[in-house]
Design a protein around this ligand. Sequence first.
Ligand SMILES: C[S@@+](CC[C@H](N)C(=O)[O-])C[C@H]1O[C@@H](n2cnc3c(N)ncnc32)[C@H](O)[C@@H]1O
Length: 274
Amino acid sequence: MGIATGDFDYIRKLVLDRSAIVLEPGKEYLVESRMLPLLHSEGFESIQILVSKLRAGGMRNGLSDKVVDALTTNETSFFRDIHPFEALKKNVLPDILEKNKSIKELNIWCGASSSGQEPFTIAMILRNDFPQLLNWKIKFISSDISREMLDRCRGGKYSQLEINRGLPALLMVKFFERDGTHWKVKDDLLKMIEFREINLSQPFPVLPRVDIMFLRNVLIYFDVETKKSILGKIRKVLKPGGYLFLGAAETTMNIDSSFERLQLPQSGCYNLKG
Ligand SMILES: C[S@@+](CC[C@H](N)C(=O)[O-])C[C@H]1O[C@@H](n2cnc3c(N)ncnc32)[C@H](O)[C@@H]1O
């Protein structure tokens, strides 16, 4: 028997309220399959029992956080989609380095970092391709709504399978060390990044104005009003002339006209009009 409508609606509203992620009717199968591991780990026999626990105040033991976590998509990989990182290396960073050369400061925010492959990719590019940045002041914030994902980021540990998905061997040798059956990001790279819990659908905490913002593959889960509100807040955090990277299936078009798409194929890169 599938998930009851009332239980689905309860979970749908919980996820919407907490994360702004929209689970449309028709996504019952997704909720069912994503809940299975949680049912096992928490010892519930059915979604119905889990929801009744939530209704009775399961909030207190973090159960609702676990439900929201289970329903967020954390898919990511090193150098995902490659083109954005080419644009970062060939166009965006050279421009920012030129603009900021007198102050020697660079601020970056990666706003939905999942298990960390994206921020570590950016950090590797900074270290590997821009040695002149070594004497710059770099403020690199990486955030996500999920505590579990943030713990993974802070640990910087990846399986061979995760490493094989997109990380060039030369960079692996340079920036990772063996840790049992896993690979661990070396301390030097790990220390470049400050990992923080930030819910994009809530008011942002006080943040430094940034030159570059990565916000890839997260807007896709929100409704238009939420996208509008998030892009509006990002407009205030980005420096004029700053750059925003979105995922391949995302756009600012018809949502926020203050961003201009760069004519770089498949980069998903936008410039905040000055
Ligand atoms: C598909 S991953 C994208 C990871 C990475 N940016 C990439 O493109 O490979 C989406 C991430 O967005 C996070 N997320 C979902 N809703 C969020 C919210 N309201 N605020 C902050 N992060 C959120 C999820 O926890 C997940 O880690």
